[in-house]
Design a protein around this ligand. Structure first.
Ligand SMILES: Cc1cc2nc3c(=O)[nH]c(=O)nc-3n(C[C@H](O)[C@H](O)[C@H](O)COP(=O)(O)OP(=O)(O)OC[C@H]3O[C@@H](n4cnc5c(N)ncnc54)[C@H](O)[C@@H]3O)c2cc1C
Length: 303
């Protein structure tokens, strides 16, 4: 058991818990315990306090949004895990500014209701705005980098930095933030550019995206696409062509509907899932000569 940190005046102490299983905070429903977990719901000040709390005690720190792009090891995570559920949104003429903990799907629906176009692609992308900025989330031809006006970052030394889309260096499901070696910083908020449009037309586009997704993507606990699509090809096609559709490691299974989705039917371990990623990666390299690169992040272990 970790040594309990001294009660902090900054944090709402009731929300600081020890030895909390992280599986319930991830989309794949996988992951062992966090030494300490703080669930922030009310204000950005809570996020700042949680980061200070970890720094004062020299604890490792990791923020999570929706846990939709992370595979957390069965051993869990040491130090303090901050679950960011702070949802504050403001909408203007052609823009939205929202806290990093705001749900991406909820933001897309709010934009639609206000007649603001541009975020339709996010209508069925799970997770938070913060995770989407870090990953440069995108779908149906749109992505965060293509509409980011600015994002605010709290650095480990307390400096508040404003990054533009150019600073973020958004590529396909990757950014300079995602590649950073340390995690003692926070995305606090982001401002996105939008265009006025008829709410009914926006709703029609969103409905079409939803239909396409329901047709092509499997239900059940997963992390969405496991591998980035290599240039000019699709990871799912390569996995299928390698005869790996439906293959299992332990209880984790390559989806029979979309081969780039790996499903946890309920009883898989994170290690089953990790081994499945490696098995598929090796199989595709062997059969197709293509080295697939994981889009998901593995936390608390190495591949
Ligand atoms: C069914 C399904 C479908 C999906 N479809 C798509 C899709 O179409 N397109 C797509 O791009 N992605 C897709 N994804 C992946 C996922 O939805 C995105 O990557 C999403 O942006 C992750 O956001 P999150 O809040 O869940 O991030 P998390 O998984 O919680 O975190 C991702 C990374 O960001 C860090 N992080 C999160 N918030 C903060 C913060 N405030 N400050 C500092 N660090 C932070 C975490 O430490 C971690 O390193 C899908 C996932 C699932 C499960």
């Amino acid at each position: 058991m970790p040594v309990p940190p001294a009660a902090s005046e900054e944090l709402q102490v009731g929300r600081l818990q020890s030895a909390v299983p992280l599986a319930r905070y991830t989309a794949a429903r996988l992951g062992g315990p966090a030494d300490w977990l703080y669930s922030a719901r009310e204000s950005s000040e809570e996020l700042v306090a949680a980061l200070h709390h970890a720094q004062e005690r020299e604890m490792p720190f990791r923020a999570l949004g929706g846990g939709a792009n992370v595979l957390i090891a069965d051993e869990g995570l040491r130090g303090l895990v901050l679950i960011n559920r702070v949802q504050q949104m403001a909408f203007g003429d052609g823009w939205l500014r929202a806290s990093a903990g705001s749900g991406l799907m909820a933001l897309a629906r709010q934009c639609q209701a206000r007649g603001l176009a541009g975020l339709e692609w996010a209508v069925s992308v799970p997770g938070t705005l913060g995770g989407a900025v870090i990953n440069n989330a995108g779908a149906h031809g749109g992505d965060v980098a293509g509409m980011l006006l600015e994002t605010k970052l709290l650095e480990a030394d307390g400096t508040l930095r404003t990054l533009t889309a150019a600073d973020l260096g958004g590529e396909y499901r990757n950014t300079r933030l995602k590649r950073r070696a340390t995690r003692d910083w926070l995305v606090l908020e982001a401002t996105l550019a939008l265009q006025p449009d008829d709410p009914a037309r926006i709703a029609t586009r969103m409905a079409a995206f939803n239909v396409a997704r329901k047709r092509s993507q499997p239900p059940g606990a997963s992390l969405g696409s496991i591998f980035r699509n290599p240039p000019g090809d699709f990871a799912g096609r390569l996995i299928e062509a390698s005869g790996l559709k439906g293959v299992r490691c332990g209880a984790a299974q390559v989806s029979t509907l979309h081969a780039n989705f790996f499903i946890n039917p309920g009883e898989a371990s994170a290690d089953d899932y990790r081994r499945l990623v490696l098995l598929v990666q090796e199989g595709v390299l062997r059969e197709q000569g293509v080295q697939l690169e994981p889009e998901i992040e593995l936390l608390g272990a190495s591949w």
